[in-house]
Design a protein around this ligand. Structure first.
Ligand SMILES: [Fe+2]
Length: 201
């Protein structure tokens, strides 16, 4: 595991989507993302993002109504975008795969709120670096980290992703016809495409 990455586990009461499907969004005062605590007026560090995404995971009334699954591609919803932060909800089914990518200048953090996803680091030398994260678990990464996230387990998965500064550009790692690994700049929305799998390390 990279020194810039960590994984955490939230409390045993961490909700799942199936448990949350009946949550009301509130009749009189609709919940807002401003109620979720975070540092203001500056970008967040990767550990701060992990704290924030864990708080967001514990506020399902903000996002559970947006969960839906599409077998042909990951379904995603942008939850929040401001000067310092981007937040996405992503819904995963079998075979959904980001391909290897970096996040340009943004740090990030992920909370799995239902099902499981697998994070794999791009390894040139040494043993493979991958881990499966289940509902209630979180992890973070720095701009220099290169990873790939895929659906794991047997059922649908849902995860929350936050980035700071806001995610605008990314880098996709693909194998060219010459067999060389290259980095292709792309916009954040292109991240949802499935990319060619690099060779096993
Ligand atoms: Fe990513």
């Amino acid at each position: 595991m990279s020194s810039t990455s960590s994984a955490g586990v939230r409390g045993p009461g961490s909700p799942t989507v199936s448990q949350l499907s009946g949550v009301s969004s509130g009749r009189h005062r609709p919940p807002t993302f401003s109620a979720v605590p975070r540092p203001r007026g500056r970008d967040l560090s990767a550990p701060e993002l992990e704290t924030f995404v864990a708080e967001l995971a514990d506020r399902p009334e903000l996002w559970v109504h947006l969960v839906q699954h599409d077998s042909t591609q990951r379904h995603y919803e942008e939850l929040l975008r401001d000067e310092h932060l981007t937040a996405w909800l992503i819904c995963w089914l079998e075979d959904h795969d980001t391909g290897f990518h970096d996040h340009d200048v943004s740090s990030g953090a992920v909370a799995v709120v239902s099902g499981a996803v697998r994070e794999e680091r791009l390894v040139i030398e040494g043993p493979s670096r991958d881990r499966t994260l289940c509902a209630g678990e979180t992890f973070h990464f720095s701009p220099s980290d290169i990873h790939r996230v895929t659906h794991a387990g047997s059922g649908p998965a849902v995860s929350l992703h936050v980035y700071s500064p806001p995610l605008l550009r990314m880098g996709a790692y693909v194998i060219g016809e010459d067999g060389l690994l290259g980095r292709r700049p792309m916009s954040d929305l292109e991240e949802l495409r499935q990319l060619e799998r690099p060779p096993a390390s």
